[in-house]
Write a protein that binds this ligand. Structure first.
Ligand SMILES: Nc1nc2c(ncn2[C@@H]2O[C@H](COP(=O)(O)OP(=O)(O)OP(=O)(O)O)[C@@H](O)[C@H]2O)c(=O)[nH]1
Ligand SMILES: [Mg+2]
Length: 247
């Protein structure tokens, strides 16, 4: 096991997760971060560099790097690849005109050697817009089936601008963890499902890594589309045997 792998596993055991959030400009990356942090989603402007946001979810600190997606900024994405545990690829589901650009960028990105160990969560955002592409359409257009042979992946429909009413104070809803004290707005629960998937993925690396198949805690639902592929540990990815614990 290489030194970087050891460092990475130590970090995961401390429940620190590095998440790279990428996608074409206007996809809704920054809005998703704001929604997940209970911030006002009406206040958003194009990201010209990057934002780092820490989202606490299920006892994990997800350090989310939200990078600007404009064409001129994409060459700089590679500056952020190191030590990435999960890539969150955000798609504007209403943007049919650029879905081929979106596919090309995503496939180019995942060729990167430094991202080989990273899991892939695709957020099919803007589902609130009439005529938005379904997750099946997006899966096909992005050819996620091919990517799932090299990266564990899933696709999750969502709408970062969808505002649901807060659950009751005694609710066990995991969004309570995210929001701390509730603001007026709460995030689309489907965004939280995406975070559930990431934390389960990371948990599986630390706790289930020696098994051939990813096992999920009973309360975790995987989004439709590309289900997590079977986990075949490699010499680089198999951690020392651990007791089975869920994230
Ligand atoms: N209708 C709708 N609009 C959304 C949704 N999510 C984001 N938007 C809007 O899409 C636009 C772009 O959102 P951003 O969050 O700035 O997109 P971004 O991916 O961060 O863009 P860059 O920073 O340029 O890469 C904004 O006008 C948002 O209000 C959504 O789920 N539904
Ligand atoms: Mg942005």
């Amino acid at each position: 096991m290489g030194l970087l792998t050891i460092i990475r596993k130590a970090r995961l055991k401390e429940r620190q997760v590095r998440v790279l959030m990428l996608g074409l400009d206007n996809a809704g990356k920054t809005t998703i971060c704001k929604a997940l942090l209970g911030e006002d989603v009406d206040e958003v402007s194009p990201t010209l560099g990057f934002n780092i946001r820490t989202i606490i979810h299920r006892g994990y600190s997800l350090n989310v790097w939200d990078i600007g997606g404009q064409t001129s900024l994409r060459p700089y994405w590679r500056n952020y690849f190191e030590q990435t545990d999960a890539v969150v690829w955000v798609v504007d589901s209403s943007d049919r005109a650029r879905i081929e650009d979106c596919r090309r960028e995503l496939h180019g990105l995942l060729q990167e050697e430094r991202l080989m160990g990273a899991s892939l969560l695709v957020f099919a955002n803007k589902q609130d817009i009439g005529g938005a592409m379904s997750t099946d359409e997006i899966s096909q257009a992005l050819d996620l089936a091919t990517l799932s042979t090299s990266h564990r992946s899933t696709i999750q429909p969502c709408s970062a601008r969808l505002i649901s009413s807060p659950p009751p104070a005694d609710s066990a809803d995991s969004s309570a963890v995210l929001m701390g004290s509730y603001s007026r707005k709460t995030a689309d629960p489907r965004l939280l499902k995406g975070l559930d998937w990431i934390t389960t993925e990371v948990g599986s690396r630390v706790y289930y890594g020696t098994q051939n198949r990813l096992e999920l805690p009973a309360d975790v639902q995987i989004a439709g589309g590309v289900a997590p592929v079977d986990y075949v540990p490699t010499s680089d990815s198999a951690p020392a045997p651990e007791g089975g614990r869920s994230a």
